[in-house]
Design a protein around this ligand. Structure first.
Ligand SMILES: Nc1ncnc2c1ncn2[C@@H]1O[C@H](COP(=O)(O)OP(=O)(O)OP(=O)(O)O)[C@@H](O)[C@H]1O
Ligand SMILES: [Mg+2]
Length: 446
């Protein structure tokens, strides 16, 4: 702001300086001219000879000044100086001065800049002929001191005014933009799926039409997203029955197939329909999670209890596969704000992964610390290489070698975590083997 105003200020200062110089010069020139005429009045002609009658008091007035050096001279028509200075700064016009003409000009005298008024005094009507030259000059100290003072008198209030204006503008603009930057902070803190309207209270009236537009856009967007996830849910629901039908038929045919080729083909059909059924099931869950966003009611849960119950539920299935599920916590209680159904779904997906890809042991850990509650599902399987960890959250992303899954499990886990304001991170398990999935909840209100 100031950098923009500085050149402008210098320009104004220059104009002020030139203006004051002009008016001060005019005033000083007028006084110089007056003295020239007064001196010309003293010129008389006696028997054809030009003479000057200058009383002492008048001479003193002509030469005395506190600051400037004053000087004068009178030259007769023959070009001889009959009074005052011998070496006056020469007239600017080469052809001299016409009778009755008065000019004021700049010159130098003894190396100093001076200003001189010259008057051509016509001697017509006297016993002499031609024109006498009357000159009065002065140095410029007084003028430039006056010009400096006048410039300062203009510039200092102007500078103060400029600085005050700049400060006022900077303050005003800063204050005016404050609601906007608050709004920006609020918007940038939002989760990607948060399409709730921007609150209007505390925003200036000028911003209202703009915010109304944004809110109406968000409203339309959220309706479109809802419609889309409803469609996916409906489609998944509709697919479920025919897929189950095909699978049942394929399994029935498989049981009675005699020919080896037919047996083989039917086995593949049965396997594919099972996978397809799981995919549709996962799509349905994902669509439900998306739809839950707008109706989500988080309640205060005991995070220890939720995890313990889920671990117990999965134990028989794990045991059947030769996998041991352990539950560990040091804390008797861990408060979490959440939706129990969704959180159980999240854990189910993590345990399902650990059973499918992990090793022989799964550990569920709950930890309650000052920064919030964390849940951890650890297995001792092959784990996920560090460079793959970011990618596995993307829908339909499976690592090479995993043939079974639909690739939606971790996507569902992450969406549910986001709905709870929680984060999911992957790391190597204990002793650097296996996978440890950590869900970090924000601290719940006391
Ligand atoms: N505990 C784990 N150990 C090793 N690899 C894992 C583990 N969990 C997930 N992965 C890898 O991450 C990929 C993505 O997992 P995700 O749960 O999203 O999909 P999926 O298990 O393949 O399919 P879905 O869960 O939808 O049936 C998996 O295909 C698997 O390769
Ligand atoms: Mg999975």
């Amino acid at each position: 702001m100031l950098s923009m105003m500085l050149p402008l200020f210098i320009l104004l200062w220059g104009i002020a300086y030139l203006y004051s110089q002009y008016f001060i010069n005019a005033a000083f020139d007028r006084s110089l001219i007056r003295r020239t005429y007064a001196l010309a009045d003293r010129v008389e002609v006696l028997q054809g000879q030009v003479q000057v009658d200058l009383p002492v008091a008048a001479r003193e007035l002509l030469v005395f000044d506190q600051e400037d050096l004053l000087f004068h001279s009178i030259t007769n028509p023959e070009g001889k100086v009959i009074e005052g200075e011998q070496d006056m700064p020469p007239l600017p016009a080469k052809r001299g001065i016409r009778p009755g003409q008065l000019i004021v000009y700049d010159g130098t005298k003894d190396g100093e800049r001076v200003r001189v008024a010259a008057f051509g005094l016509s001697l017509k009507g006297t016993s002499a002929t031609g024109t006498a030259l009357v000159q009065v000059g002065e140095t410029l100290s007084h003028r430039s001191a006056m010009a400096d003072r006048a410039t300062l008198a203009i510039v200092i209030p102007m500078l103060l005014m400029t600085l005050t204006a700049a400060a006022a503008i900077a303050y005003g603009v800063g204050r005016g933009l404050e609601p906007l930057s608050r709004l920006r902070d609020r918007l940038s803190a939002r989760q990607a799926f948060d399409l709730s309207p921007v609150p209007l209270e505390g925003t200036p009236a000028e911003l209202r039409p703009f915010l109304d537009e944004i809110n109406s856009l968000l409203q339309r967007l959220s309706e479109a997203v809802d419609a889309q996830s409803r469609f996916v849910a409906d489609a998944a629901h509709q697919l479920r029955t025919p897929i189950a039908g095909i699978r049942a038929q394929a399994e029935a045919a498989l049981a009675s197939a005699r020919h080896e080729d037919a047996h083989h083909a039917l086995a593949r059909i049965a396997q594919s329909t099972r996978t397809m059924g799981e995919l549709v099931q996962k799509l349905l869950i994902l669509a439900r999670v998306d739809a839950a966003e707008n109706t989500l009611r988080l309640s205060l849960l005991d995070g220890v209890k939720v995890v313990r119950v889920v671990a117990r539920e999965w134990a028989p299935q794990a045991l059947a596969q030769g996998v041991e599920i352990g539950f560990e916590t040091k804390d008797p209680e861990a408060r979490v704000m959440g939706d129990e159904q969704l959180l159980r779904e999240m854990l189910a997906n993590l345990i399902d992964n650990a059973l499918r890809y992990g090793g022989t042991r799964i550990t569920l850990t709950v930890c309650n610390s000052a920064s919030g509650v964390t849940w951890q599902v650890t297995d001792n399987g092959p784990g996920i290489a560090e460079h793959e960890r970011g990618a596995v959250f993307a829908p339909f992303h499976r690592l090479s070698g995993s043939v079974d899954g639909a690739g939606l499990g971790l996507t569902i886990v992450q969406r549910i975590a986001q709905l709870h304001g929680a984060t999911v991170s992957l790391a190597a398990g204990e002793a650097g083997t296996g996978l440890a999935v950590t869900v970090r909840f924000p601290s719940a209100p006391a």
